[in-house]
Design a protein around this ligand. Sequence first.
Ligand SMILES: Cc1cc2nc3c(=O)[nH]c(=O)nc-3n(C[C@H](O)[C@H](O)[C@H](O)COP(=O)(O)O)c2cc1C
Length: 270
Amino acid sequence: MAQPQMQPGGHCRPEPGGTLHDRPVRAPDAAGRDAAQPHRRLPHVPVQLRAGRDADRVAPAHLHARAIGGAGLVIAEATGVSPEARITPADLGLWSDAHIPGHARLTAAIAAAGSVPGIQIAHAGRKASSSPPWVGGVAGDDQHGWEPLAPSAVAFPGLRMPRAMTEADIAQVIADFVATARRSVAAGYRFIEIHAAHGYLLHQFLSPLSNQRNDGWGGDFAGRTRLTREVVAAVRAAIPEEMPLAIRFSHTDWTEGGWTTEETVELSRR
Ligand SMILES: Cc1cc2nc3c(=O)[nH]c(=O)nc-3n(C[C@H](O)[C@H](O)[C@H](O)COP(=O)(O)O)c2cc1C
């Protein structure tokens, strides 16, 4: 099959019959930092949803397969920075040092296949305590569920009512992102992406639809973006200088009164 053609701006369409994971991409903007090499392909591997709380159950086959297949950089799926940060009780996590050996086996396998191991670190906020897709619905307290955290006590339609976060909760979330980033480095990951998209916690703070706070963590652009900016700054300071750090945004809520493309552009400049 002919190789997909790189488009102006670095975007690339797959050949007919190919998948979006067949598209080559340019190196991350952090070009020059070591994880940008090699960068033949960059699949974003979706939530694997079967890892659970047990570090020994980190199941690397889906990630290892991408590395063997020639991906230059393999990014492990949204990984919880705390137990309550998981989308479902079955999600991958790295909130404890006990999880490091399982992740280290995964990064070693990816590296041995010639690829760079990366990880996406995440907090689901009010979308937490959902059930895995093969169960459906929400995870109740009797199904290993928990009360989700959110900027405001506003539920995502169909999901559990969250508790509005206190200042102490916010400080803990920043500390959890930092600790998970440090553990990622210890486990052998060479690229970190912060998940600020898809309606998860950082996105919930960005969007006026879910952030109805009137303290310093909500309200105007500066308030709603403060948690994302503080998480990025704290993680950046905690990991090696040469290690690339990325962030994933949903650039618009595509809804009246929501987070906008213009705000994503403005935040990206900060
Ligand atoms: C089952 C499933 C799991 C996903 N897991 C993640 C994830 O862990 N992290 C993430 O940023 N996006 C995740 N996504 C979103 C995908 O990365 C992607 O943005 C989405 O499927 C749209 O794909 P496209 O941009 O190639 O059209 C997931 C999507 C699906 C369907």
